[in-house]
Design a protein around this ligand. Structure first.
Ligand code: ATP
Ligand code: MG
Length: 202
């Protein structure tokens, strides 16, 4: 029996799982999403959302995969993703964005900001291309739901860490990952296997 099936009815994990299903069913209504879910709730939601994506018919998954791959080539500017990250940080009210190149314990570029924490609505829009939580927000500079995917020109997969949400955005998929960076106050986007400018120009 897998971990999902074992979550008892009424448990935090099960409530998170139900929220992932509701997110898919009632999008773009996200007004019901809790502000401060628990780790178990977030874990259940991410695992259930990943399962929903995995179980899509092949034709929809192929379309999603194509959109993702196309997004990484959208901009002729290799570092377009960094200005997209700045825009996304600004859109959630951040006053600081840090860019860190880490070599240990793994090579990754970290984009860390102190804006409003990630919610389940953001998780959905971060994972699926051409989906945005900002369509009705006149103040936000983001609109289309694709800017962040241009970061994939720099490496990947992308991982988001903002407690209690920790997940990897794989091609047409997602996965729950252990907390490694990020707190509730700092969102951390990791670009794994970040390639240097030199290696990209070879
Ligand atoms: N740092 C972040 N914190 C919280 N949510 C984020 C963050 N970055 C992205 N998101 C979520 O992911 C979604 C997709 O981001 P993305 O940059 O691809 O598109 P967008 O900002 O909506 O529009 P655009 O394509 O014009 O940039 C956003 O709508 C938002 O919900
Ligand atoms: Mg954006």
């Amino acid at each position: 029996m897998n971990k999902h099936a074992m979550a008892p009815a009424g448990s935090e994990q099960e409530r998170g799982r139900q929220a992932a299903q509701k997110l898919c069913d009632v999008w773009p209504d996200t007004s019901w999403i809790p502000d401060q879910p628990s780790l178990l709730w977030a874990e259940g939601a991410i695992q259930a959302f990943a399962k929903i994506i995995r179980e899509q018919p092949a034709i929809f998954r192929a379309s999603q995969r194509g959109a993702e791959i196309g997004a990484s080539m959208l901009s002729p500017r290799l570092f377009q993703g960094l200005s997209e990250a700045l825009q996304n940080a600004d859109d959630v009210g951040a006053s600081s964005l840090r860019i860190v190149l880490r070599r240990e314990p793994r090579r990754e570029l970290l984009l860390i900001h102190n804006g409003k924490p990630v919610s389940l609505a953001h998780v959905g829009a971060m994972v699926l291309p051409w989906l945005s939580t900002k369509a009705d927000d006149a103040q936000a500079s983001g609109r289309f739901g694709i800017g962040q995917k241009t970061l994939k020109a720099l490496g990947g997969p992308l991982e988001m860490h903002c407690a209690p949400f920790h997940f990897a955005m794989l091609v047409a998929l997602m996965a729950y990952t252990s907390p490694m960076h990020g707190t509730r106050c700092w969102s951390c986007l990791s670009i794994r296997k970040y390639r240097t400018l030199n290696s990209m120009m070879l």
